[in-house]
Design a protein around this ligand. Structure first.
Ligand code: UDP
Length: 576
């Protein structure tokens, strides 16, 4: 009732206030005046129906799938990425979150990429680019006799165009900009976001090879190479460049690194070329014009009587993989090239959210060896079940057309999908599901979040109350917990409970990397994880984290030091 009054939305799924508000603003279909014309349940029906209909084209019965999809969505056991929730069942609905576009070294190709980016953003997708093929600033332009302005200046145009397009108001366009470690303009790139006010629609990542990491460790020189002619531009100290990356990441959270050799070692479609870029948040490395549709299982719902419910998890994986495979066919692509690639490789990215919630529910602290073991166990199980479903789908519907060009073929695995798993940040869908995001620890036990324009969302950990109920805390203690967003300093709370509700800034960064590595072990694509550092973390700490991520076979790394940006999307505690 209150929700109906507040937001004009009838809450027929018993969602949180924040979930209703997010759905109202961005997901529910609206009439011309901007009033919602569907309820949350009707949204789930629209999505389940549109995706289930695909079964008919394979001679299967859509009704059975419709019931399964609807039940799973309404229970919030699994949610697809935002574009699918927003657009499924709508004419021309684009359903995938992630795209990668090539940028070749000619004016024609650069502006072609720019146009394609605009079309993808308008459709609700995010885009990743490698700008490594562009000739450096100051290089020759033979047709005009002039001087090139370099990748960073072109990226500025992509950033501005993103601002202008704004994804039809539902979602701000997100981009990943990648440059190779040995590009002549690397220093300009690393520091481009440092002054702030620019490139706010971009995440920056440096693509670094194993050999370059080795050169950093050994303090060796490396040649910077002009991609236009393959000639050495000049020699630099690898360690010095790496130090500038880490200093910049320490002071502003950017750039991140992607470990491009690790990505290509695990790349199942090597015959189609090497991967140079990832999507905006890093969880999906893709070839040019590839895209990926994501979905996440809510692990908070996979616990029965204090134990992980593997039967329910397995069943949810089966439904989710079937659902995501259907999404590929239900999708309306903004570009013919992306449609061709999506249908040839049929990549999907099934992941998880609510990992921190699951751990609380089974009584295991996030910061513990056991949590690492559980992370591996859960993800391995999901990977195996997902493969099983993909094999079954292939036996009914056929394998993905490029199977014979993939490493799966040599392993004798006739899969329906070239990739199956990926861990997304779940920035919005975890709010809808009311669970912790992705595989992150709790950022804080109470926090303010700025994901909607002009609206502050206040959240208090929904599991906390239950654990503190019996302790008879004073009003003052409660106020203190809510104000600071942690249980620190509250004497009455037993250490065991404090351990269960440890927040990101109370968990050593190295351990957070280990969690990322544990999941990565059983993920086909990549893992989105922010390594949160306290404000007083040192530069050395950042370097250690980067090295550790590389050593433990992560595909990339992003750090965020508290307070290092003038504006954050999320702040701990309820005091400003
Ligand atoms: N993404 C985007 N714009 C946004 C948020 C996300 O384009 O504002 C894309 C981007 O490729 C990102 C992916 O969606 O890597 C998944 O992000 P997330 O899991 O946070 O999306 P959700 O489905 O929760 O909205």
């Amino acid at each position: 009732e209150a929700k109906l009054k507040l937001f004009g939305v009838q809450d027929d799924l018993k969602l949180s206030l924040n979930a209703i508000q997010v759905l109202r603003e961005r997901y529910l279909l609206k009439d011309q005046e901007g009033n919602p014309v569907e309820t949350p349940r009707q949204m789930m029906e629209r999505v389940a129906n549109a995706i289930a209909q695909i079964d008919a084209s394979y001679g299967e019965d859509p009704e059975v799938s419709y019931q399964e999809f609807l039940k799973t969505l309404m229970a919030l056991d699994f949610l697809p990425n935002s574009p699918t929730l927003m657009n499924a069942g709508c004419p021309g609905g684009q359903l995938a979150a992630c795209f990668v576009l090539p940028v070749e070294d000619s004016l024609d190709a650069i502006f072609e990429a720019l146009k394609n980016m605009a079309l993808i953003h308008k459709s609700g997708g995010g885009t990743g680019f490698s700008f490594s093929r562009l000739r450096p600033r100051g290089d020759r332009v033979s047709s005009t006799g002039g001087r090139a302005s370099g990748p960073v200046s072109f990226m500025r145009i992509f950033d501005t165009a993103t601002d202008v397009v704004k994804q039809g108001g539902k979602r701000r366009g997100a981009n990943m900009g990648i440059l190779r470690f040995n590009h002549p303009d690397i220093l300009e790139f690393i520091q481009a976001k440092k002054k702030g006010g620019e490139f706010e629609n971009f995440n920056f990542s440096v693509a670094i090879t194993d050999q370059e990491m080795e050169a950093v460790r050994k303090n060796e020189k490396i040649p910077l190479i002009n991609p236009r002619d393959g000639r050495v531009w000049r020699e630099v100290s690898a360690t010095e460049i790496f130090n500038v990356i880490c200093e910049s990441a320490w002071s502003s959270g950017e750039p991140g690194c992607i470990f491009i050799d690790e990505i290509n070692r695990k790349h199942p479609l090597k015959a189609l070329g090497a991967i140079e870029a990832t999507n905006p948040c890093g969880e999906v490395p893709l070839l040019p014009f590839e895209s990926c549709n994501l979905g996440s299982i809510n692990l908070a719902h996979m616990v029965t009587e204090g134990k992980i419910d593997y039967a329910k998890l397995g069943e949810t994986v089966r439904v989710a993989v079937h659902f995501l495979d259907n999404v590929i066919d239900a999708n309306y692509h903004p570009l013919p090239e992306t449609e061709r690639m999506a249908k040839a490789n049929r990549k999907i990215g099934l992941g998880v959210m609510g990992f921190a919630d699951l751990l609380v529910k089974i009584g295991v602290p996030y910061y513990s060896q056991q949590a690492l073991k559980i992370a591996e166990e859960i993800m391995q199980y999901i990977m195996l079940q997902a493969r099983k479903t993909s094999l079954e789908l292939a036996s009914r519907r056929g394998t993905f057309p490029n199977l014979e060009k993939s490493t799966w073929y040599t392993q004798n695995l006739p899969l329906r999908n070239a990739t199956l798993t990926s861990i997304a940040p779940t920035g919005s869908i975890s709010i809808i599901a009311g669970c912790s995001s992705g595989i992150e620890p709790y950022f804080a036990l109470s926090f303010r979040r700025y994901v909607l324009e002009n609206t502050e969302l206040i959240e208090v950990n929904p599991l906390l109350e239950e654990y503190l109920k019996g302790l008879k805390l004073s009003q003052k203690d409660w106020e203190r917990i809510l104000a600071q967003g942690t249980l620190q300093g509250i004497e009455q709370i037993p250490q065991k409970v404090k351990d269960l509700f440890r927040t990101a800034l109370e968990i050593p960064p190295e351990f957070q990397v280990k969690v990322q590595a544990a999941f990565q072990k059983y993920v086909d694509n990549a893992v989105s994880k922010t390594i949160n550092l306290p404000q007083n973390a040192s530069l050395e700490e950042v370097k250690k984290v980067f090295f550790l991520a590389h050593e433990t076979h992560c595909k990339g790394i992003t750090v965020f030091r508290q307070g290092s940006r003038s504006r954050q999307a999320i702040y701990p505690g309820l005091l400003s």
